[in-house]
Design a protein around this ligand. Structure first.
Ligand code: NAP
Ligand code: ZN
Ligand code: ZN
Length: 364
């Protein structure tokens, strides 16, 4: 199909293909089937038939406009694995039939200092998110992985380790890199005591990766049902965070804490667990601000930090690291028609530990 699209540069004719997707038309509407357009591959593009897509809590925050700025219709999904079905003439890394993956970004300016340093997630112009970002080609928003296929410029497409289960690899593309990047940046490794707070999709990957990096890992969870299970994931100790006595055992003891909680919680209770010069990095992004007391930071020269996903080169490094250490997500497979129910369960912390959509269900 050929359609005239108004891009940021003006009206232009671009060849597109209509594909099935699942998305929402308003913050309070359920997700439903809809059709979207994908551009026909340009010389540097890779077209991927999507096989599996992970369900990140950011999909839910965005679909329901909890961070404000969602443009509808919104098609979430940024933990994408699939098979290459078409490549542009200049594509070098991929050929038809290869497995390929796409994470949270599909482009960036590629010229600013951050892009040149492989930190595209912090691009000065703002990276192009896999969904809910202005689409440079079509003039619409970008649409994510809850869809039949996606077309992405080669530089933002990742290679998938051959030895890993494909469906369980999908969550690495966001939950994996979002935990790997800060764990590496803050030098987590042997001799370090590391706390992981909130054992959902991100948190459970954080446990596996921190353990593979050689750290001593302490899990903090609000869920009784995850206490036993966290040891299976690799935790050296588990703290039920509602229990003050259990929390007290780690006061002033941890070098680093990764906080992956999706909702309001008392951040000061966790800051108090850091040693002198320790850092708590927030990757969880609750809708409302988290108040920090000055005296949670001052007496121990503590740092309160944040971290956003990871760059493309680092995402490939993480995938290769997971291939080498045989790390994938613990998943519960769903059909796309179950996505609204899955969101409700996500809100209750009721998933061990990542929903992955079998995208074949969209074609049925
Ligand atoms: P998830 O699977 O829903 O996990 C969140 C976990 O937080 C839950 O499993 C639960 O762990 C804990 N939790 C939930 N509600 C809580 C409450 N009221 N009080 C205390 N703990 C609570 O979510 P996810 O996909 O891992 O994402 C986690 C957060 O990271 C989201 O806000 C998401 O948007 C954000 N995120 C950020 C980035 C980034 O670049 N920084 C990237 C991806 C996602 P327990 O049962 O163990 O307590
Ligand atoms: Zn995500
Ligand atoms: Zn840039």
């Amino acid at each position: 199909m050929e359609s005239v699209r108004t891009t940021p540069e003006g009206a232009t004719t671009i060849k597109t293909k209509e594909v099935k997707a699942f998305g929402t038309s308003a913050a309070d509407a359920p997700l439903n089937q809809l059709n979207i357009h994908r551009r026909k591959p340009k010389p540097h593009d890779v077209e991927i038939d999507i096989l599996y897509c992970g369900v990140c809590h950011s999909d839910l925050h965005t679909a329901r406009n909890e961070w404000h700025g969602t443009v509808y219709p919104c098609v979430p999904g940024h933990e994408i694995v699939g098979r290459v079905v078409n490549v542009g003439e200049h594509v070098k890394k991929f050929k038809v039939g290869d497995l390929a993956a796409v994470g949270c970004m599909v482009d960036s300016c590629r010229e600013c200092d951050y892009c040149k340093e492989d930190l595209e997630q912090y691009c000065e112009e703002g990276n192009t998110g896999t969904y809910n970002s202005p689409d440079k080609y079509l003039g619409t928003q970008t649409y994510g992985g809850y869809s039949e296929s996606i077309v992405v410029t080669e530089a933002f497409v990742l290679r998938v380790p051959e030895n890993l289960d494909l469906a369980a690899t999908a969550p690495l593309l966001c939950a994996g890199i979002t935990t790997y990047s800060p764990l590496k940046h803050w030098n987590v490794g042997p001799g370090k005591k590391v706390g992981i707070v909130g054992i959902g999709g991100l948190g459970h990957m954080g446990v596996k990766i921190a353990k593979a990096m050689g750290a001593e890992v302490i899990v903090f969870t609000t869920s009784l049902s995850k206490v036993e299970d966290a040891r299976r994931l690799g935790a050296d100790d588990v703290v039920l965070s509602k229990d003050e006595e259990q929390m007290g055992r780690y006061a002033g003891k941890l070098n680093f804490i990764l906080d992956a909680v999706s909702a309001q919680h008392d951040i000061n209770a966790y800051l108090s667990l850091l040693r002198v010069d320790g850092t708590l990095a927030l990757v969880g992004a609750p809708e409302h601000p988290l108040p920090v007391a000055a005296f949670s930071l001052i007496p121990y020269r503590r740092s309160f930090a944040g971290s956003m996903i990871g760059g493309i080169a680092e995402t490939q490094e993480m995938l290769d690291f997971c291939g080498k250490h045989n790390i994938v997500a613990d998943i519960e497979m769903i059909n796309i028609q179950q996505i609204n129910e899955a969101y409700e369960r996500l809100l209750k912390g009721d998933v061990k530990y990542r929903f992955v959509i079998d995208m074949a269900s969209l074609k049925r």
